[in-house]
Ligand binder design. Structure first.
Ligand code: FE2
Ligand code: FE2
Length: 234
């Protein structure tokens, strides 16, 4: 299998996908696809868990290629499965990844004698998490509720996906400030292995959140727009 510019296909082995791009492990788990898939293909693994394969592949290819281009047929994508994926991603960030980063951040900096910097780092981190939470709560309460209603045929007439598309912003200015405090001003002291490991997680969280937002802009918005057209809302 030649991967760099080749898109993943339903007939590819799931194991090959993950070996090629480990980030797709997160995609699998957010779609509710378990490990232990043996030599099964993407199509087989999806079918067994009743996950819409074109939706899984659209997200996997989008993340793997890291661009803003959505190729392929939008009409094959399941809005419901895509939304479940996004909800699982929210829960991953808010209930698992960010709390685990905070725990290790506290461990890494708690012994510092520079209490002012320790205080600032935690303050910025907590403000960042609050920003992410507000962003995701808005989506859960407004966007996902609207799309659910649209799928059930009873949407709120005051809302359309374009309202969301206009106000949807990247999360993360606080994170830039936080990283700058640590990178530029954290005083040298002994072994920084733990702090470096946390920093790497913060960078990876930032990347993951940016690609999450892109999936909302370049996948969710167009498929919902298509659904609105079908329902005669636009
Ligand atoms: Fe989101
Ligand atoms: Fe978002």
């Amino acid at each position: 299998m030649d991967y760099k510019s080749v898109k993943f296909m339903p007939s590819d082995k799931m194991g090959d996908l993950i070996n090629h791009d480990y980030k797709l492990l997160l995609v699998m788990s957010r779609f509710g696809l378990p490990l232990g898939f043996g030599d099964k293909t993407v199509e087989q693994v999806c079918r067994e868990k009743e996950v819409n394969c074109p939706t899984f592949l659209a997200v996997a290819n989008f993340i793997h290629e890291g661009n803003n281009l959505l190729e392929g047929n939008l009409s094959q994508i399941s809005v419901r499965d895509l939304m479940d994926y996004l909800k699982q991603a929210h829960s991953y960030f808010l209930d698992f990844f960010l709390p685990s980063i905070r725990e290790r951040l506290v461990q890494a900096i708690s012994k510092s004698i520079h209490s002012e910097i320790t205080y600032l780092i935690l303050k910025f981190f907590d403000e960042y998490v609050a920003e992410v939470r507000r962003h995701m709560e808005y989506e859960e309460m407004n966007v996902f509720t609207y799309v659910d209603a649209l799928l059930d045929g009873t949407p709120d007439s005051r809302y359309t996906i374009s309202v969301f598309a206009r106000r949807h912003n990247q999360i993360g200015m606080k994170l830039v400030e936080l990283k700058n405090i640590i990178l530029k001003y954290y005083p040298e002291q002994g072994n920084n292995n733990l702090l470096n490991a946390v920093l790497i997680d913060i960078f990876s969280c930032e990347e993951d959140l940016a690609s999450h937002c892109k999936i909302e802009d370049f996948l969710l918005v167009p498929v919902v727009r298509q659904l609105e057209k079908k329902k005669g809302i636009l």
